[in-house]
Design a protein around this ligand. Sequence first.
Ligand SMILES: [Zn+2]
Ligand SMILES: [Zn+2]
Ligand SMILES: [Zn+2]
Length: 380
Amino acid sequence: MAVKQVIPCPKCGREKYYEGLCWVCQAEEERQDIVNMSKEQEEKEINSLLNIIASTGEMEDEQEVLFSKLVCYRDINTSAFAELAYEKGIYFPCGLYKDASEQVVKNLCTLLCQDDLDSFIANQILLCVSVAAARKEIRPIVYDCFVKLHKEPRAWRAKLHVNPDEYAVYGGWTYDKDFNIVETQYPVCYSLVQGTKEQHEHSPVTIAQATNQEERCPVCQAKMFDVIKIDGRDPKLKFLNIDGVIAIKCCLSCFFYNEDYFVSYDLEGNSKVLNDLQRDEEAECFISDQDYECITQNTYVLGEHPTPIRYHAQWNDWGSIGGFAFWIQDVEIKHCPKCGKPMKYLAQIPWTNVLNNAEGYGYIEICPDCQIAAVIHQQT
Ligand SMILES: [Zn+2]
Ligand SMILES: [Zn+2]
Ligand SMILES: [Zn+2]
């Protein structure tokens, strides 16, 4: 077998096995291109995308990528897209309907209420209206429709896996078993950025730090981390409504394998893993003490200014707090193990931020009422 040749990225030196920039630097260049675009250029791109949809009735992959970057990085208004897409019967990507008018959303809900709708199309439309209902003025229309569909499923429901409440989370909301509306995310978003040691010392948010007292995972004996630590009293983080310090403890080696990894916390920086953790001699420990040293040296800090709310719903290798996440798989909102209510997405951490060549993202969710957090891992 041929040994693959390591080719360092010409920009950051990251080791990889292909020519050119590494994917992180590539994504960063693309992000900057979109962010630095002039208003005129933005208008030109939007018009060209609209023309393509109008003439061909679809978007190619490349155009879809551009569209989604314009939505995430520049938060463009998509009402014209929604109007046109509806007229053409296009329901993908769902972001087209982010700023859909009340009338378009009502029309989509009428479609959903039909029995003879194709289940594949129903699946797409459920996502479209869920995203549109991120806006509070649109939400009652979609909520009423979802409750109706939940209680009296139409024929197309038989081929779908889940009820409408599991679609709603794509718009950052859902409802509980008593049909009370629940917000599943925060309305403000900040990046987590590489800072200096000094900035790190004063940052109200830190990731993957050593716990106050050294503690080892009962299962695999790896050292435990505070996967995220947040001082909610910082003025920038007012939107979290956390009146104190929360630190979410976790074994980075074990939680990958736990579908449900729950942690209870208080507002004084203490936390406790709720899973039944028994010593398992077979459990592999993936985080050596050496890795631990390296990971806890990271100096990621809270960004200076809030970003657009979908800024980090792109695969750009940035951690973030609040707003929409970039879910590698489906959006995964856990239910609180204590009260049963849908939890609230809090933060995401790409593991490459703390350990070179680590794969996937960690996601943290909380139930503020019960002071319980979930730590979730996803990768391709
Ligand atoms: Zn690079
Ligand atoms: Zn462990
Ligand atoms: Zn709860």
